[in-house]
Write a protein that binds this ligand. Structure first.
Ligand code: MEV
Length: 440
């Protein structure tokens, strides 16, 4: 039976677990054992995880894999990926190998601007507000100096502050719309701290502005927060090769393959039902690297999908064409990533992932992540337009089914061998396992 509890966060970890298992589980001991099984034997690492969030009672593992052979702008990379879906790393590795033999991936960071907004209400004269904003702007920038000083030393900081009139949408609604350059930091804390200082100065100094009426002095700050929509923090990744070099051994000519591939992308460009799944496949690659490198995958997801609908209709993030006998496949996506701050200096596996990538700058990481997305989409479309997706998916899923039925190493070896020449399905695997167990 569920029940409420007060002061839960103040309890010790042991007491929290005691309350959870006795309240929610039929078998207290086994629930406790599962939770404790995932504790790290190294006290320091466990404490680190305990302190990442409130009420940690265990750790949640995901496989941490690597996809080698990624040639990006003529430099080789092995890309770290944290993901549970069986086929993703295998697909990334296959794509990497395919394009390594055809010149590799080319990438470019197009822009790095991030946005934050102070949302406020003001019901007075617009022109007076505009002249207040012009008068106060230098002071806004001055008051935020203690926060921006270090970032400015490194070449970043505040790019501009604009006053935006949103009263067409909501009566009295305005914004301070601020653009930032946060260099190698994702910048959420920096941006939010700056915005909260802007809000304070903007509200307080209004009380002294002589052109405001008593009523106009009362600027109401609603909230100050960064935006995860970053259409001006864009990276481009692309591959291209002669159509004849798309030589697949899947019973399809290079020309047919190129044409079907471009059709598949065209469909995702015009059909939202397909576009969502198409982009989900891209995010399989992107999220896995974002997570492995300690970045905020929810922020990236939100920003990328908003970008996919920027023209008023949800559409494909990737594009493809054949021109003069050359196959082109490319993507431009917004990615706000960091390689300093946040988890990047704390989580041992994140630090390892960044070292594996030769300690990239945020710009370099944007390019690597974009490539992981493009490669994943290439692998998915390559399967979808030739063999179908299930062949590869089910092959990779085979081990999950065998584990579900607690197959031992001997059984696994026999069954994996059997399915090298048979089609994998859940039923077929169960049946093969049963037959094997009857025989032995
Ligand atoms: C599965 O996780 C991703 C795919 O559905 C992507 C796609 O359909 O393009 C295979």
């Amino acid at each position: 039976m569920s029940k409420t509890i007060s002061g839960f966060s103040k309890l010790s970890k042991a007491k929290k677990i005691e309350w959870i298992v006795s309240t929610y589980f039929a078998n207290n001991e086994s629930a406790k054992q599962i939770l404790e099984q995932y504790w790290n034997s190294d006290q320091k690492i466990q404490q680190l995880h305990d302190e990442f969030i409130e009420n940690t009672i265990s750790n949640y593992y995901l496989p941490f894999g690597v996809a080698p052979n990624f040639l990006i702008n003529d430099k080789l990379h092995t890309i770290p990926m944290a993901i549970e879906e069986s086929s993703v790393v295998a697909a990334a590795s296959k794509s990497a190998k395919f394009w390594m033999d055809r010149g590799g991936f080319k990438t470019k960071v197009l822009s790095t601007t991030k946005i934050g907004q102070v949302h406020f209400m003001y019901y007075g004269n617009v022109d007076t507000l505009t002249s207040y904003f012009t008068a106060i702007k230098p002071k806004l920038l001055q008051d935020v100096k203690p926060i921006t000083k270090n970032m400015e030393k490194r070449g970043g900081g505040i790019i501009d502050i604009e006053l935006r009139n949103k009263t067409q949408d909501i009566k009295g609604y305005y914004q301070l719309h601020v653009s930032f350059e946060t260099l190698d930091a994702m910048g959420a804390n920096f941006i939010n701290s700056c915005l909260e200082q802007f809000a304070k100065t903007f509200k307080n100094d209004a009380l002294e502005f002589k052109d405001f009426s008593e009523e106009e002095k009362n600027i109401q700050i609603v909230m100050s927060i960064l935006s995860n929509y970053v259409p001006d923090c864009l990276v481009r990744a692309e591959v291209s090769c002669k159509v004849e070099d798309l030589n697949e051994d899947k019973g399809i000519t290079p020309e047919e393959f190129a044409s079907k591939f471009v059709q598949a992308v065209n469909i995702a460009e015009v059909e939202p039902y397909r576009a969502v799944t198409h982009n989900k496949g891209i995010m399989n690659g992107i999220d896995a690297v974002v997570l492995a490198t300690g970045n905020d995958f929810r922020a990236v997801e939100a920003g990328v999908h908003a970008y996919a609908s920027r023209n008023g209709k949800y559409s494909s993030l990737t594009h493809a064409k054949v021109e003069n006998g050359i196959f082109y496949f490319w993507m431009e996506i917004p990615l706000a990533l960091g390689t300093v701050g946040g988890l990047t200096g704390l989580h041992p596996l994140v630090k390892l992932a960044l070292e594996l990538l030769h300690h990239p700058s945020a710009k370099e990481l944007m390019q690597i992540v974009a490539v992981a997305g493009l490669a994943q989409n290439f692998a998915a479309l390559r399967s979808l337009t030739t063999t179908g997706i299930q062949k590869g998916h089910m092959k990779m899923h085979l081990m999950n089914i065998l584990n579900q039925f607690e197959a031992n190493d001997y059984e696994k070896a026999i069954i994996v061998d059997y399915f090298k020449t048979h089609t994998v399905s859940h039923n077929a695997v169960v049946e093969a396992l049963q037959n094997l167990r009857i025989k032995n």
